[in-house]
Design a protein around this ligand. Structure first.
Ligand code: ZN
Length: 334
């Protein structure tokens, strides 16, 4: 007998974009989705409204069979989360504080709502339906504006005493090094995030280095954009742009040092890497893997699979739907 399908709504609320999707939680299939730029500068009220609109659009588009109801609604949000209260306590990239997103969505949709951090939720998505399927202990690391990770331990998310476990972006990789957004110095994300890569390229162009990205840099500077898109970096590398190859390789090596520390410390079943730059730029992924393997202790360096995410952009929404379904008592086969 075919298994009865069940659906949950997953929302990925990030600093750059918001994505809402209806997921068949029995297969991980994305039935329908809707996305828009987040526009954090428009304020908390706007983000609330905008999230509800996107979720509603995805739900309408899914055209669920008559009589089928959602099991639950899940959110992965960029920031520090009070998971019990369903509140985004502090989301610097979203510019929200004490935002009761759980209560808001539960009022709107009349379903149980689960709220988690965007990266941990994406790790859960990869665990249930992505590259982490079959691995019970792993770290899923996302390289983007910053660098964050979700830790799966014995098949569950591990969040730590203060809920901040997995902050690999703030591993110190250069004593007394570059200043990081967290206030410390020499953190991994000050060297290997997309923000760090952008800054380094812009600085070199500013100092007169030639690059196919020189015009792009000028355009971005005028538009006030802080980040060079992954596709543009990948295309510059394809055109054999020396500057971009140099900066991306350097960032990848730093990332590898960070990954080697994770391997040595946690000895996970695998490491999974995600984020636009990881997915779009082979040079970054391959250089980071090589650096990890020549830096970490021999046994984990040789044995540990280092994989890319499987669900791509959908890790977050699939994970948010899984988190919500779990919270509502749904059991996933492991
Ligand atoms: Zn830091």
């Amino acid at each position: 007998m075919p298994k009865q399908k069940a659906y949950a709504l997953g929302i990925d609320l990030g600093g750059t974009k918001t994505l809402a999707a209806v997921i068949d939680i029995t297969s991980g299939e994305v039935v329908a989705s809707a996305r828009k730029r987040t526009r954090a500068e428009r304020g908390q009220e706007f983000i609330s409204q905008h999230t509800i609109e996107l979720a509603t659009a995805a739900l309408e588009d899914a055209k669920l069979p008559h009589g089928t109801e959602l099991v639950a609604v899940g959110v992965g949000a960029a920031g520090q989360i009070d998971r019990k209260a369903g509140v985004i306590v502090d989301g610097p990239n979203l510019d929200v504080h004490d935002m009761p997103i759980g209560a808001l969505l539960s009022k709107q949709f009349g379903k149980p709502v689960a709220v988690g951090n965007d990266v941990e939720v994406a790790a859960l998505g990869e665990y249930v339906y992505g590259a982490g399927k079959g691995y019970n202990n792993f770290v899923c690391i996302f390289v983007g504006t910053g660098i964050g990770s979700g830790i799966v331990q014995n098949g569950s998310l591990y969040t730590g005493l203060t809920g901040t476990a997995g902050e690999v972006g703030h591993i110190t990789i250069a004593a007394e090094g570059r200043i990081c957004g967290c206030g410390s110095r020499g953190c991994l994300e000050a060297y290997a995030s997309r923000t760090a890569i952008t800054k380094a390229i812009m600085a070199e162009i500013h100092h007169g280095r030639s690059s196919v990205l020189a015009d792009e840099a000028e355009r971005q500077l005028k538009a006030g954009e802080a980040i060079i898109r992954s596709g543009i970096l990948a295309s510059a590398i394809q055109q054999k742009d020396e500057l971009v190859i140099e900066i991306v390789s350097e960032a990848a090596n730093y990332l590898g040092y960070g990954l080697a520390s994770v391997l040595n410390f946690y000895n996970p079943d695998c490491i999974i890497l995600g984020g636009g730059v990881i997915e779009a730029i082979d040079l970054l992924f391959e250089t980071a893997v090589h650096r990890t393997r020549v830096t970490a202790l021999t046994a984990p360096a040789k044995k540990t699979p280092i994989l890319r995410v499987k669900l791509g952009d959908f890790s977050g929404v699939v994970g948010a739907a899984c988190l919500a379904a779990q919270g509502a008592g749904y059991q996933f086969p492991t």
